[in-house]
Ligand binder design. Structure first.
Ligand SMILES: Nc1ncnc2c1ncn2[C@@H]1O[C@H](COP(=O)(O)OP(=O)(O)OP(=O)(O)O)[C@@H](O)[C@H]1O
Ligand SMILES: [Mg+2]
Length: 406
């Protein structure tokens, strides 16, 4: 479905609850929320109060009045026609007779998904584009790239709303890159995702002078808790409905919260360097994305800290990986570190340097290429016999041809 479907259950009948939970948990992208109310849930399984059915119907009407997109599934052991008539009049979308069976629940969920997709396709036209940035390994420059891409896009498209999300739970601090001091972040939002809505997410964002919004991580690497299952997908889903561009710093660990973000991204940028360990890990990441059947053009690779004396190594790496690098960011440790030290984006701190200009010039192209189906990384690789070539079809790359220069 591309987004997380949240389900709330209000059912005292243990057998019915269990059957429903079992069927739901077998389907992808569903999350059963444990919150008390329905919050922003997409669906509620509600049990009829058979002694006071009118009370249940009034409750359904109230719920649908305050959450028009909620779908209510009603379950009861009574199935008389009058009851069914009143059930659907109250706005219930599906009726599940007890005892619940797979035969009844499965098709009801399929019908629900169909209705949800119909609604999504009309609202998705205004939904923002999600670009996730992940490092081949630690320290390759993911945070620098994510922050500076987001700032450059914000500077170039002043009228558009851009948000940067820090999803590195191992101690990243994007606030430092922008001299921002957020009090809360994803960790706070992740506490009860059943209650999340745009207002709560908006109140957690901080804004940079460039107008870029930041959602901090809140995790410092010493936490005992991880983001709750579904939280990054849910938060990104809400952010993309509020912003034109969403950039995500995924750190370099392929953990569940990061996988969720990557799955729901329109574009994934792997940041690597031309060092052997980073190249090896880049290959592993491409294999993982191949196994996940990411569509053609979704994955781009950018080489950070590139210097002109690495031309040969670049060609060898492209041949070995069987893909063309989408961008080469010049090596300039002094400028990159100074910008970080001052908490300023490179395009503001050092707009005339090669690295500053790369972000001003190339970042637009990088995002545009991704939007247009990834022309850069989709160019033909040269080494059909390479180890990686086995994974190319599922990555959407052809296993023949020669990579051309960026
Ligand atoms: N193009 C570049 N040339 C030289 N140095 C760079 C470049 N880009 C980033 N750096 C420097 O590399 C260091 C690491 O950068 P950054 O923090 O962005 O990496 P990271 O992958 O996010 O690291 P971590 O794994 O710790 O989160 C910083 O000192 C940064 O200034
Ligand atoms: Mg980082």
């Amino acid at each position: 479905m591309g987004r997380l479907i949240t389900v709330s259950i209000d059912c005292r009948n243990e057998a019915a609850r269990q059957t429903f939970e079992e069927v739901v948990s077998r389907r992808r992208d569903y999350l059963i929320t444990r919150g008390e109310g329905t919050g922003t849930a997409d669906m509620l399984l509600l049990e009829l109060d058979e002694f006071r059915p009118q009370k249940t119907f009034d409750h359904v009407r109230e719920l649908l009045h305050s959450s028009p997109h909620l779908e209510v599934f009603l379950t009861a052991s009574r199935t008389d026609p009058q009851l069914l008539l009143e059930t659907f009049r109250a706005g219930v979308k599906e009726f599940l007779p007890q005892p619940l069976t797979l035969k009844d629940v499965e098709p009801a969920l399929v019908r629900f998904e169909g209705r949800l997709m119909g609604r999504a396709s009309s609202s998705e036209t205004k939904s923002g584009r999600v670009v996730s940035v992940i490092g081949a390994r630690g320290g390759v420059g993911v945070s620098t790239v994510a922050t500076n891409l987001a700032t450059s896009v914000q500077q170039a498209q002043l009228q558009d709303s851009v948000v940067l999300v820090d999803l590195d739970t191992h101690g990243s601090d994007l606030g430092l890159f922008l001299d921002l001091h957020p009090a809360q972040g994803l960790k706070h939002l992740s506490k009860d995702i059943s209650r999340l809505d745009e207002t709560i997410v908006r109140s957690t964002l901080v804004t940079h002078s460039s107008r870029l919004h930041l959602l901090a991580s809140g995790y410092d690497g010493f936490d005992e808790v991880e983001p709750t299952a579904g939280s990054s997908m849910r938060v990104i889903g809400l952010l993309r409905s509020m912003h034109r561009h969403v950039f995500v710093d995924c750190g370099h660990v392929l953990e569940p919260a990061v996988k969720e973000a990557l799955d729901c991204s329109d574009e994934v940028i792997i940041v690597t360097t031309l060092s052997l360990p980073a190249i090896r890990r880049t290959k592993r990441l491409l294999e993982a994305f191949g196994a996940a059947h990411y569509p053609a053009g979704k994955v781009l690779i950018v080489v950070n800290r590139y210097s002109n004396d690495q031309k040969e190594l670049l060609v060898e790496t492209e041949n070995m990986l069987g893909v063309r690098m989408a961008g080469l960011i010049p090596n300039d440790y002094e400028t990159a570190s100074e910008a970080l030290h001052h908490g300023k984006p490179l395009t503001m701190m050092a707009p005339k340097t090669a690295i500053g200009q790369w972000y001003t010039r190339e970042s637009q192209q990088l995002i545009a290429d991704g939007a247009a189906g990834n022309k850069a990384a989709g160019r033909k690789p040269s080494n059909a016999a390479s180890f990686l070539s086995r994974y190319l079809p599922s990555l959407g790359f052809e296993a023949k041809g020669k990579p051309s220069a960026v």
